[in-house]
Design a protein around this ligand. Structure first.
Ligand code: GLU
Length: 510
């Protein structure tokens, strides 16, 4: 019988969610939605030493911003909770006991100092079948001594007893069959009495089983743990309902040499986190896609294609299209180069395709930082952003391109003045004012026809006149089509700006 699809995204709240983690969450979500399954968000906080304040909220906020929906989790609730591992201690204790009772695990008392000493003594020391009898544990010590140590409350751990020299097979939907020999594995710590918590491996397996996870979809960095996980399933007697493993390709540095790291982002100037992160301890701020002006749809589209392709050269996908098209068959084994220029390109495309009134909405917070936005109608703002959007990659950059629509220039770019404002230019601009004053229909097309006609009739230099005109209205010789600008500004404002230009701009001596 086909199993109901249940997937989980299982981050550890040890800091801001890395962009690679976001991609893992996205693939889980796409797969769940495609199969009408459930997406679980499980917080793996069993390593109390690495816990970071605010990280869990950050994860929720990031997924929410990107539209990656969660069906079951700490906030959402669900029938398989609690969804935070630190609240599942009782459950783990039971399963640790089961392994101990069945002889699949044992108790070890070695102190960190003793372990260090062994590492000094034996090169490439590994706690395993070949060494465990030299150590202080419930296999090597007499039963009474073990009991006495436990009664005295001695700190200990529980280790998994790995049988050596067995071929362990991991079936992976992207990588096929991966076989490794169990002798290379060490007797992993599954539980620590010091904080009465299991380690990642035990908690992860127990929860995947109890939460009836059908597919474990996670980053390639977890592939080395998979054989151990297979053995744990076996030790619990759960091999028949083991989830299907899927290890996603690594995200690589832009040049393809090695794993993408936070430092690459700092070095090359792009965020590696979805949202800005303020480190609660160091106070350090790391930039995020949201604050940089990326649209969530663009980030989703960009991330989806880092490791997956549709089998043809299509690049633009909405979330719904991704849900339909996504498949592991088209995921690569090879790492995916993090091409952040492509990320910018996606954002540009999404800005271009967004209806102007929607773009105006996104632009509002930026606009409000600079001017009293209530002085402008929504329609005006929408037209302004519509005229400049082809020139930007990010929402934030819209201000630089569109500022002149919201306030008249106060200064004029010197290099443009030098080039375009000569003796006599002011007279021509005064004539232009008269021409404009005579125009009733101030639409772009009509103004253009009349003004260009006037320039030709007087045999003025087209470039000089139009650029001087632009200088007065925009403050520099750049921007969208001149008559689209004047149509939006309107007759009165356009003329007022030319008048101010005439009064304030003076030729610069060569
Ligand atoms: N807690 C692990 C992490 O931080 C989960 C790995 C897994 O998905 O098994 O990514």
């Amino acid at each position: 019988m086909e199993r109901k699809v249940r997937v989980r995204f299982a981050p550890s709240p040890t800091g801001p969610l890395h962009i690679g983690g976001v991609r893992t969450a996205l693939y889980n979500y796409l797969f769940a939605r495609q199969h009408g399954g459930s997406m679980i968000l499980r917080i793996e906080d069993t390593d109390s030493t690495r816990f970071v304040e605010g990280a869990e909220d950050y994860i929720n906020e990031a997924l929410n911003w990107l539209g990656i929906g969660v069906d079951e989790g700490v906030r959402e609730g669900g029938d398989y909770g609690p969804y935070k591992q630190s609240e599942r201690r009782d459950i783990y204790r039971r399963y640790v006991k089961q392994l101990l009772d069945n002889g699949k695990a044992y108790i070890a008392f070695d102190t960190p100092e003793e372990l260090d000493a062994k590492r000094q003594e034996i090169q490439n020391f590994q706690y395993d079948a070949s060494t465990r009898m030299m150590m202080r544990n419930s296999l090597s010590l007499p039963a009474e001594e073990v009991k006495a140590l436990l009664d005295a409350g001695t700190k200990h751990v529980v280790r998994f007893k790995i049988e050596p020299d067995r071929d362990v097979v991991v079936n992976d939907l992207i990588r096929g069959q991966v076989t490794i020999n169990s002798s290379i594995l060490d007797d992993k710590v599954l539980y620590k009495s010091a904080d009465d918590l299991p380690t990642y491996h035990l908690a992860n397996i127990v929860d995947d089983h109890l939460m009836e996870v059908s597919h474990v979809i996670r980053g390639e960095e977890w592939l080395p743990s998979a054989p151990l996980h297979v053995l744990l399933y076996e030790a619990f007697g759960w091999s028949d309902c083991m989830p299907q493993f899927v290890h996603l390709p690594l995200l690589l540095k832009p040049d393809g040499k090695g794993k993408l790291s936070k430092r690459d982002g700092d070095r090359l100037g792009f965020p590696v986190f979805p949202l800005e992160w303020h480190d609660p301890k160091s106070g350090e701020v790391s930039s995020g896609y949201r604050e940089r002006g990326y649209l969530p749809q663009a980030v989703v589209n960009f991330l989806a294609l880092l490791g997956w392709n549709p089998g043809d050269d299509r690049e633009m996908f909405t979330m719904d299209e991704l849900i339909k098209e996504f498949s592991f068959e088209h995921c690569s084994k090879k790492g995916a180069k993090f091409d952040f220029e492509k990320g910018k390109w996606f954002n540009h495309e999404y800005l271009m395709n967004m209806p102007d009134d929607q773009l105006a909405e996104v632009f509002m917070p930026v606009l409000k930082q600079h001017v009293d936005a209530s002085a402008f109608t929504r329609q005006y703002i929408a037209k302004a952003v519509g005229l400049v959007k082809s020139r930007v990659n990010f929402v934030n950059e819209l201000w630089e391109q569109a500022a002149f629509f919201f306030r008249a220039p106060e200064t004029y770019a010197e290099k443009d003045v030098r080039k375009r404002w000569k003796e006599g230019t002011d007279d021509i601009m005064r004539e232009l004012i008269a021409v404009l004053q005579g125009i009733d229909d101030f639409s772009s097309k009509n103004c253009e026809e009349i003004v260009l006609g006037w320039i030709k009739e007087h045999e003025y230099h087209m470039g000089n006149v139009m650029n001087a005109f632009r200088l007065t209205v925009v403050g520099e010789c750049k921007g969208p089509h001149m008559f689209d600008i004047t149509e939006l500004l309107g007759k009165e404002e356009t003329i007022a700006r030319i008048e101010r230009g005439v009064a304030n701009i003076h030729p610069v001596e060569a």
